[in-house]
Design a protein around this ligand. Structure first.
Ligand code: AMP
Length: 404
């Protein structure tokens, strides 16, 4: 089955055309046929498209919104496929927030689109873009093209109540559906799946801690292949230090800042989401690469990196306690995949739990997959570059086959 996967960010549209082999077929279950990105939607957008593992073709285009971006991608696939008719069997969409209604991926129909519209209130930065991409794809490809929504929250629905419930008056929890939803679920799900493949372990025997460290960052404790605790919460603001988000902090700081700086609650929220984290502490940049370069001569850049690594390490310790030990620690995301320095800082002095990096392996593993610990380490660490589109393609194929 050929599945086109759309993955919307607030100003980006990533896509991948994935061939999924039928169940029971020999060889790898998925193969990437084409991929690309529409970047900076709304201001000087660029599109890049590549077939298979080929070189990307880039061009500037005028694209104002996600609907136009979807049309551009569908047009390119139809035109550029060696002049031949594009074969497409299904479309999978990444949707950030499934709320408490969508606990698994679903086939999209009019009712689902309406429900997704309602959920936009919970994820105003991300869901509206996903929903407009879904509408545009349905309009262009017609109602007969099966489509699936895969949610970033659904992997975390297995987090038990004692880990998902905030200790605030319970009536409010129920009235406003306040809970730890968790995000980046497709990425963490992929890491569990890929770790199982790499170590030839059944997925339900995977007990790991995953650190997805990019511009947004989250950690997840996975037991038996299921998420049992995760660092992002009701919104993606909680947990690890991120590019511009504070992550965990004393909630009393919100009222304090509001009073002292005469800011509205919305302004404090914006400050914590957009002007905090690595950017807020360093005063320089939200970009880890830049901060690592500045760190030797700039104390605040150094402090930002130290806070980032300390927080991540604290979560590793906490999740080892939650799981009662783990098979492995996995690094992913732009920072996790590319920065041996950050990985080394997070894992330094963790010999007590068997976590130790091999300096050479760690140094050589940049954007590539594999072990970064000595073969004998009791708690080995791996780098696994994330392929969310693959998880979405597999989910799409499963639901489409089941619906036939
Ligand atoms: P992502 O959101 O997954 O694309 O990750 C973006 C983050 O990865 C930014 O903070 C980048 O600075 C960081 N990053 C990318 N490459 C490197 C690198 N070689 N060393 C350190 N950080 C990197």
């Amino acid at each position: 089955m050929k599945v086109l996967v759309f993955n919307c960010g607030s100003s980006t549209l990533k896509f991948q055309l994935v061939e999924v082999s039928p169940l029971g077929a020999a060889g790898p279950k998925t193969r990437s046929l084409a991929r690309g990105l529409v970047d900076r939607i709304g201001e000087n957008a660029t599109c890049s498209f590549a077939r298979g593992g080929g070189e990307p073709h880039r061009e500037p285009v005028a694209i104002d919104d996600h609907e136009q971006a979807v049309e551009e991608v569908l047009g390119w696939l139809a035109r550029g496929w060696d002049g031949a008719q594009m074969e497409l069997d299904a479309v999978g969409h990444r949707v950030v927030h499934g709320g408490d209604r969508f606990r698994t991926s679903v086939l999209i129909d009019d009712e689902v689109v309406a429900a997704l519209d309602e959920l936009s209130a919970l994820a105003p930065l991300h869901n509206p873009a996903c929903v407009s991409a879904i509408r545009a794809a349905r309009e262009t490809l017609g109602a007969s093209m099966p489509m699936v929504a895969a949610f970033d929250t659904s992997f975390h629905h297995t987090v038990p109540d004692h880990a998902a419930t905030y200790a605030i008056p319970y009536e409010l929890v129920l009235r406003h559906k306040i809970r730890r939803y968790g995000f980046h679920g497709l990425a963490h799900r992929y890491l569990a799946l890929r770790y199982a493949e790499l170590t030839q372990r059944p997925e339900d025997e995977v007990d790991i801690i995953t650190l997805h460290l990019g511009n947004g960052c989250s950690a997840t404790a996975i037991r038996g292949g299921r998420s049992v605790e995760t660092s992002m919460g009701f919104t993606p603001l909680e947990g690890l230090v991120m590019g511009t988000r504070s992550g965990d902090l004393d909630p009393a700081i919100i009222g304090f800042l509001s009073r002292k700086e005469r800011l509205s609650v919305a302004e404090v929220e914006a400050l914590l989401n957009e002007r905090s984290g690595l950017l807020g502490v360093s005063g320089r940049s939200k970009d880890m690469r830049e901060l690592l370069q500045r760190a030797p001569s700039d104390a605040r850049s150094r402090l930002a990196v130290e806070i980032f690594c300390h927080r991540a390490r604290k979560y590793v310790g906490a999740y080892l306690a939650v799981l009662g030990g783990a098979n492995a620690l996995i690094f992913s995301g732009g920072i996790g995949e590319n920065s041996p320095e950050v990985r080394a800082q997070i894992c330094a002095g963790m010999d007590w739990c068997g976590l130790r990096l091999d300096p050479e392996l760690n140094q050589s593993r940049i954007g590539t997959e594999g072990l970064i610990s000595p073969a004998t380490a009791k708690l080995p660490a791996y780098v696994i570059p994330v392929d969310e589109e693959r998880v979405i393609a597999l989910e799409t194929e499963r639901l489409v086959v089941e619906s036939r």
